[in-house]
Ligand binder design. Structure first.
Ligand SMILES: [Zn+2]
Ligand SMILES: [Zn+2]
Length: 657
């Protein structure tokens, strides 16, 4: 079983009808092998490893020939470059959808096109790996079944899930693959560090692990006949088992558990679970009443299961959650719930406000020149927890693969401050900013400040100890709805507002504003992008325990430098406003001068404000909301400040406000 895959060993497909829509690329078999073209549909991810297909990569197409029911393989094709005729919005990813019905969010149960083909695109190396781990000669049908049934139902989107693996088996695989047997002898603590490093960043090893475990799960049982039954009669099922036994009377609530390989379990509950639980990144949960799922069937085959809609009833939306005890969607409080954006939600992610040390927002937004009424910002979010203290894991998983470039915005949740309320500022179903009011740190507004949304509304929830943020994720992982489960909606004693007059900031441009008072600062942390040598963010820790971030603080990525009890700041602008440099003066330093021009010196008074767009950032001190820049206090004659912290040295052109 160890020889390489040889295309000559495989039977070629007969010509298949083209799918409607005209966007299906043809895969032409060379004429000497087959005079007729064979046409298959492509997806943008590999159904064996779950990773994206990149243009130029070699792949196999495994598909069911509906003429004779055989599963066939067309081998070693080069994955085509991006198809521009697709109507999908550019989501920034490298590869665009080619055949729409496969990639879009289809409500569960919508009828599929009659000539729809069951097919799976597989990296050639994943195909060979699966083949080597398949105990019999049924490689193609097993791979097609396991690959297609990674989707919990036909037409399901590719959910955002981390491969479910444990430390011991992944380290064992790493030890074998890298010929490093001593890896297995490491103490558990170190093994866990290596594991975290491997699992949070897609790499050859996790890909290998995915394919091997898919092969193990799908070859545990003989390739048997498919069997279907209404989910209403399924008492309990786990992957690897045969069809569930039919029972007539069962508890009324059904929980379907999904992992990166598809449906892993089906359970029964006497009632909807209420207790909040920690979110999972390896499993998703659908909890619905038996009544809601009355048109749902479960297909079983060879130890796997998949859902199917039956009957003429209208389609059912199945929305998975990252928690086994999700709230009822209808109970969400956001006024944007149920609006058009909600229909694009693929899955819900939850953030327990009491278990995090901060949230990083990744923001992009349309250029204001492009439209008189630009779309709202695109948000991605990372909750900083003890398990995932750095936003790098989210960046690597979601943003890096789609060449994301935008603004990072960090909101600290220090343990000695308390969130009083949380809200959103929105217009229609467009979320514009996310609002946080902390007892000590005050108001934080994350998002894009435009002056082009005159009818914006603020909706605010009281933040009790059990506040849970609920993020509706799009297929790219961006947050398109934001709700909360809390004690109830509330009217805050005062609305959120910017602490400046609009003349202070280039408001009409659209940009991300952050600010922090300079009084009572106990410690100041500078965040420097070491690769670029540029400082882009500051985090101010106050005497009372509150914290505020200004600019871009990439917590866990940037190099941090902390200053205790700063007495002043020097802000340098190199011939323009688009970049700044900062030096922090701490107690005990003598008066100073700057040899270069364009430096201004400030005492710790007033408000520090930063305005960010992509590749463009300002930093200024505003005193007493006078719409003016604070008066410099430096200019002494003694030695220059010793605390040179970060100086990007970039000479940018002036960017007028
Ligand atoms: Zn693959
Ligand atoms: Zn100075």
């Amino acid at each position: 079983m160890d020889e390489d895959f040889n295309i000559d060993d495989w039977e070629f497909a007969r010509p298949l009808p083209a799918s409607p829509g005209g966007t299906v690329p043809s895969i032409h078999i060379p004429p000497e092998l087959n005079p007729d073209p064979c046409i298959v549909s492509l997806e943008k991810w590999c159904r064996a490893c779950g990773e994206p297909m990149n243009s130029g990569e070699s792949f196999e197409s495994v598909f069911l020939d509906e003429d004779d029911g055989d599963v066939r393989v067309v081998g070693s094709q080069e994955y085509p470059a991006r198809e521009d005729e697709d109507e999908d919005e550019d989501d920034g990813s490298d590869m665009r959808a080619i055949r729409r019905p496969f990639f879009n969010w289809d409500p569960f149960g919508r009828s599929v096109k009659p000539n729809h083909l069951e097919s799976a695109a597989i990296h050639t190396e994943c195909f060979n790996l699966f083949r080597r781990n398949c105990p019999d000669d049924k490689v193609a049908p097993r791979l097609l079944l396991a690959g297609r049934w990674r989707s919990p139902w036909e037409g399901a989107p590719k959910f955002i899930l981390t491969v479910n693996s444990d430390v011991t088996s992944l380290i064992r695989l790493a030890a074998i693959a890298c010929n490093l047997p001593q890896l297995e002898l490491l103490p558990m603590e170190l093994k866990r560090l290596v594991f975290e490093e491997l699992i949070t960043r897609p790499c050859a090893l996790t890909r290998y692990y995915s394919v091997v475990s898919l092969a193990a799960d799908s070859t545990r049982r003989p390739l048997d006949e498919q069997f279907s039954m209404p989910i209403a009669k399924v008492a309990h099922w786990e992957r690897g088992q045969g069809p569930a036994s039919e029972e007539e009377v069962l508890p009324p609530v059904i929980r379907i558990i999904i992992d990166s390989q598809g449906i892993s379990r089906i359970e029964r509950l006497a009632k909807r679970p209420e207790a909040l639980s920690q979110p999972s990144d390896t499993e998703l949960y659908i909890v619905e009443s038996q009544e809601t799922l009355k048109h749902v069937q479960v297909q079983f085959q060879s130890g796997l299961a998949r859902l199917r809609h039956f009957g003429d009833a209208k389609a059912t939306y199945l929305l998975p959650w990252d928690t086994p005890s999700p709230p009822v969607v209808e109970h969400l409080l956001s006024p944007t719930a149920g609006r058009p954006s909600h229909a694009r939600v693929m899955q819900f992610a939850t953030i327990d406000g009491s278990k995090i040390s901060g949230i990083t927002f990744f923001l992009t937004w349309a250029n204001h020149y492009a439209s008189p009424r630009p779309a709202g910002p695109q948000f991605f979010m990372h909750a900083h927890t003890s398990k995932e203290p750095s936003a790098r894991s989210t960046f690597d998983k979601l943003l890096y693969p789609q060449d994301w470039a935008g603004v990072w915005n960090y909101v600290p949740f220090p343990h000695n401050d308390r969130l009083i309320c949380f809200g959103i500022e929105h217009e229609s179903d467009t979320n514009l900013t996310v609002l946080f009011r902390f007892e000590k740190a005050g108001d934080v507004m994350v998002g894009i400040q435009y002056d082009r949304y005159p009818n914006r509304t603020q909706t605010v929830w009281a933040a009790s100890s059990k506040l849970q943020l609920i993020c509706g994720l799009s297929e790219s992982g961006s947050v398109i709805t934001l709700d909360a489960e809390a004690d109830g909606s509330t009217t805050p004693d005062r609305p959120f507002r910017l602490p400046f007059r609009q003349t202070v900031v280039p408001y009409s441009h659209g940009g991300c504003l952050s600010w922090a008072p300079l009084e009572h600062v106990a410690r100041l942390r500078l965040f420097t992008d070491e690769d670029a040598g540029v400082c882009r963010g500051l985090l101010l820790e106050y005497e009372d325990g509150g914290q505020r971030a200004v600019g871009e603080c990439r917590v866990g990525l940037d190099v941090e430098r902390a200053y205790v009890r700063p007495v002043g700041l020097c802000i340098g602008r190199k011939s323009g406003f688009s970049r700044w440099s900062i030096r922090v003066r701490v107690d005990g330093q003598a008066e100073h001068t700057h040899s270069e021009r364009n430096w201004q010196c400030y005492s710790m008074r007033g408000t520090l404000a930063s305005w960010q767009k992509r590749g463009y950032s300002t930093l200024k001190v505003v005193v007493d909301d006078d719409a003016g820049v604070g008066v410099g206090v430096g200019g002494g004659t003694a030695a220059a400040a010793a605390a040179a912290a970060a100086d990007d040295g970039v000479d940018d052109d002036d960017v007028p406000f």
